[in-house]
Design a protein around this ligand. Structure first.
Ligand code: FE
Length: 289
């Protein structure tokens, strides 16, 4: 049984500023994916650094997985819609991420980990989001937590939207994770044909949605499947209202910008070139993790 939650009231919806198709690429040991949020959008979508969408029924496109690699300076949030992926890291942690589960990892000063499929066929689908850390937290100890699907708060609104709250709040409910400095909101929303979804968003947050099934519209602007819609910021807009003219599924992501310099070199994201050189040196010398 699911409880019905009243709609969140907003005065004015944000509009769509830009639609983005993303870049087909491969990463790890040949995993095919779409990089939806690419480096040129890191400032516009601060505090988010990257969003990868992966989804394939073809084992060759995911079987190589992501063998051992380092990270420093940010958090990775992996949301597995379907499939099984085993995670191991240099601190001796190990976990299995599967169907609807989330892994939240704070790389902090450094972690070495692998993310490998634990299936030889069938569908593998999900997202990996990179969330930046404030300068003062970039060298904090590494941390992670796995959430099974049942641990992700889920609700159904009175307008017929089903919402899984990975981070932040929606309709008065706390999500699985909260972060004080970046205040991330990460929702997976399922709409049936003719229904709608309303979410309050702080005016200062950068926000976007990514449609992965069907299509939606925001103030009459269509957002087709496999497109990211960057939502325009305006003082008067206190949230977003999203309509579905067909069954649709999307993730809605928002966060408070850090407004700090961003320097990325592969799996390291720091504030200066000097800190990047230090990260590379620490990795080479075995001091990163
Ligand atoms: Fe990784």
């Amino acid at each position: 049984m699911s409880t019905s939650f009243n709609t969140e009231h907003i005065k004015q919806t944000r509009l769509v500023e830009q639609l983005v198709a993303g870049q087909p690429t491969s990463d790890g040991a040949g995993v095919k994916l779409t990089r939806v949020l690419t480096q040129p959008f890191q400032t516009r979508l601060d505090p988010f650094l990257m969003l990868d969408a992966f989804g394939s029924d073809v084992a060759d496109e995911y079987i190589g997985g992501f063998p051992t690699h380092p990270h420093r300076g940010f958090e990775t949030i992996t949301y597995m819609l379907e499939g099984r992926m085993r995670h191991k890291d240099s601190a001796g942690n190990e976990g299995l991420l599967e169907n609807g589960g989330v892994q939240w990892m704070t790389a902090g000063r450094g972690v070495l980990h692998s993310e490998m499929p634990e299936q030889e066929n069938g569908r593998m689908e999900g997202f990996q989001l990179w969330l930046n850390l404030a300068a003062e937290d970039k060298m904090s100890p590494a941390w992670y937590r796995d959430f099974k699907s049942a641990e992700i708060p889920e609700l159904t609104t009175s307008e017929g939207a089903t919402v899984r709250i990975i981070a932040g709040r929606s309709h008065g409910r706390e999500g699985a994770m909260q972060r004080a400095k970046t205040e991330p909101i990460y929702l997976d929303v399922h709409l049936s044909k003719g229904s709608q979804f309303t979410q309050q968003l702080p005016a200062g947050h950068n926000a976007f949605l990514y449609v992965y099934r069907g299509q939606v519209s925001v103030a009459q602007q269509q957002v087709p499947t496999q497109r990211m819609a960057i939502l325009k910021k305006s003082e008067a807009a206190d949230g977003v209202e999203i309509h579905a003219s067909e069954d649709a599924q999307f993730i809605l992501i928002a966060g408070k910008p850090l407004n700090e310099s961003i320097v990325q070199y592969g799996p390291f994201v720091m504030n200066s070139q000097q800190e990047i050189l230090q990260a590379i040196d620490d990795f080479r010398q075995g001091r990163l993790a």
